[in-house]
Design a protein. Structure first.
Length: 213
């Protein structure tokens, strides 16, 4: 039995509930984050992989703000079904592809992707070094990755955290320990993988790893 079948789809035990929160609470952040990614990476063409895409909110924002073709990649078939439905509504299916799989064993050829983006998925990756190694494997030489989490800016963060804490008082606490350990380990992990360069961004936009292969 392969890894994908063995594992529970973390974050996807309630795809419709997750989708509702994205639509009702988190929706404003994705166009802001997509704009920041484009500004930081200067990537406006080629293949963009939205890793751990969920319902595809970030990948769709990337497609709307750039000329990239977007591959929506997630473990959950249901999440990808929802992402496909939104892509159809937004008339971006001609530039969209939907792939189910595990971040630790991405089912794409080496050096086939120009840009990898991911928001909110990385703290749930079981083996950070293997996951980032796979991201580097699928990136073309000179390709970029922009992986992490954030809310775009301080005002959006305040708005969304306030709303989520009203819905679920323990919401923020559930992620702190996992996120903290991931952040502390990440520079050493990336150094060991020998990308051409990387920088850790930790400001009001959030915590991000910007990697160049």
């Amino acid at each position: 039995m392969n890894r994908l079948k063995q594992k529970t789809h973390k974050g996807a035990h309630d795809p419709l509930g997750f989708d509702a929160i994205v639509r009702e609470v988190f929706a404003p952040i994705y166009p802001v984050i997509a704009s920041q990614i484009i500004q930081q990476t200067q990537m406006t063409r080629g293949v963009c992989l939205d890793a751990g895409c969920g319902t595809g909110a970030l990948g769709r924002a990337m497609a709307q703000q750039s000329g990239c073709d977007v591959t929506f990649f997630d473990q959950s078939e249901k999440m990808l079904e929802l992402a496909r439905g939104y892509a159809e509504e937004e008339a971006i299916t001609a530039r969209s592809r939907f792939v189910q799989g595990d971040i630790h064993d991405i089912p794409l050829p080496s050096e086939s992707v120009d840009l990898v983006v991911s928001r909110g998925s990385s703290p749930f990756w079981d083996d950070q070094k293997r996951a980032y190694g796979e991201i580097l494997r699928v990136l073309r030489r000179g390709g970029r990755a922009y992986v992490g989490g954030g809310f775009g800016n301080a005002a959006l963060r305040e708005q969304i955290v306030s709303t989520m804490l009203e819905r679920e008082p323990n919401w923020e606490e559930r992620f702190k320990n996992r996120s903290r350990s991931m952040r502390n380990a990440l520079p050493e992990i990336l150094e060991a993988l020998h990308p051409a360069s990387f920088e850790i961004i930790n400001d009001e936009s959030g915590f991000w790893a910007h990697i160049t292969k």
